[in-house]
Design a protein around this ligand. Structure first.
Ligand code: G3P
Ligand code: CA
Length: 364
């Protein structure tokens, strides 16, 4: 395996190569990563990480199709502290990295499996498309990733495979050893109640994968995140890996809605509710707008102070520089958003462009 800068230069031209060659490069990377597998001692403590953490949202997803090994590797080369795989599961029970179980928008599945299209009820909402739980891992391996957003580059469409969670862990381990400090992994359980309901719970294979690599410990460079409360509470009884409750201002956690608890994200960040969260989680992952409004005149909230008082870290999502995402408050300057959130005292920033986070934090 070459040094990291050379590895990244090798990855960069993949877009210009035919599918077979690109796949071979990814496979080479993966084989090298897996060579640093479960039998090796764990990576060093996450105490070496700076604050705020640079968390590569779905990898360097502004530069490469999200949730691919290439997007994660590029994020690390750009200086990310953590890479973020959202997790769903296959019919044969293997965790894979996708933002949602419907994969029509981020892969070529419609071309390759047109007959598998169907409608499913996901968290109470009908969704039509192609679902990971209808495919074996071997079938998903035949697909290639595509950029989700029309206004981002599609130069890398059709080149990269869907990675398993274990492949993401292997990549992080390998790249961390190579750069001499750990690469953290920040998995999110997607639709945990739904998957448990169809007999494919996410948590057992998640914990098994972490345990196999010596990462089921309080000081592991890992955060497990969820928009649901119940699976975090259950995980708290099984692991000391840091847990993160995700919150969005107006949204009710799906599992709490099912039991009649209609508290929204805003209700979950009162001082009393944050103390409740601290009973089962180590951090809250909040929409940036819960920290400061989008308008130029908006004043920051007290969320960071209140969460810290409850003993919780605060991680903010998601920083994206494009005009459709960047609040008017920052007048077209995405680095101003990085600087403002850092000055508010957040402990981690999720961003699609980790290079911009690194630059905004003055870590270049
Ligand atoms: O997990 C933090 C952030 O990624 C939550 O939003 O929808 O991009 O997973 P989403
Ligand atoms: Ca996520």
């Amino acid at each position: 395996m070459p040094p990291l800068p050379r590895l990244v230069r090798r990855l960069a031209p993949v877009a210009r190569l035919p599918r077979g060659v690109a796949t071979l490069q990814a496979a080479t990377l993966l084989v090298a990563a897996c060579a640093a597998g479960p039998a090796r001692p764990p990576s060093p403590s996450p105490a070496v990480f700076p604050t705020p953490l640079v968390i590569a949202h779905r990898g360097a997803s502004g530069h490469r199709p999200e949730h691919t090994l290439e997007a994660y590797a590029l994020a690390v080369a750009m200086g990310a502290d953590f890479i973020e795989p959202d997790l769903v599961i296959t019919r044969d029970g293997v965790l894979v990295a996708r933002h949602e179980n419907e994969i029509g928008g981020t892969t070529d599945v419609a071309d390759r499996f047109p007959a598998r299209r169907r409608t499913a009820l996901i968290d109470g909402t009908p969704v039509t498309g192609w679902f990971t739980e209808d495919f074996t891992l071997a079938e998903l391996r035949t697909l290639r990733a595509r950029e989700r957003l029309a206004f981002r580059s599609h130069a890398h469409d059709g080149l990269y495979a869907i990675p398993t969670f274990d492949e993401v862990l292997a990549l992080a381990d390998s790249l961390g050893r190579r750069r001499g400090r750990p690469v953290g992994v920040y998995p999110e359980t997607k639709h945990p109640t739904y998957f448990r309901g169809i007999g494919l719970p996410l948590e057992p294979p998640l914990l098994a994968a972490l345990r196999a690599r010596g990462l089921d410990r309080a000081d592991a460079p890992v955060f497990i995140q969820s928009f649901e409360v119940g699976n975090l509470q259950a995980l708290r009884r099984e692991t000391r890996v840091p847990l993160v409750l995700l919150l969005a201002g107006g949204e009710v956690p799906f599992d709490r809605r099912l039991v009649g608890d209609l508290r929204t994200g805003a209700d979950w960040v009162t001082p009393a509710a944050l103390r409740e969260v601290a009973g089962f989680a180590d951090a809250v992952g909040v929409n940036t707008r819960m920290l400061v409004g989008a308008a130029p005149e908006a004043a920051p909230t007290t969320l960071v102070r209140d969460a810290h008082a409850a003993g919780l870290k605060v991680h903010a999502w998601t920083l994206r520089p494009e005009g459709v995402f960047l609040p008017p408050r920052y007048r077209g300057d995405p680095l101003a958003e990085v600087r403002e959130l850092a000055a508010l005292g957040v402990d981690g920033l999720f961003g699609d462009y980790p290079d911009q986070l690194v630059r905004g934090l003055g870590r270049e």
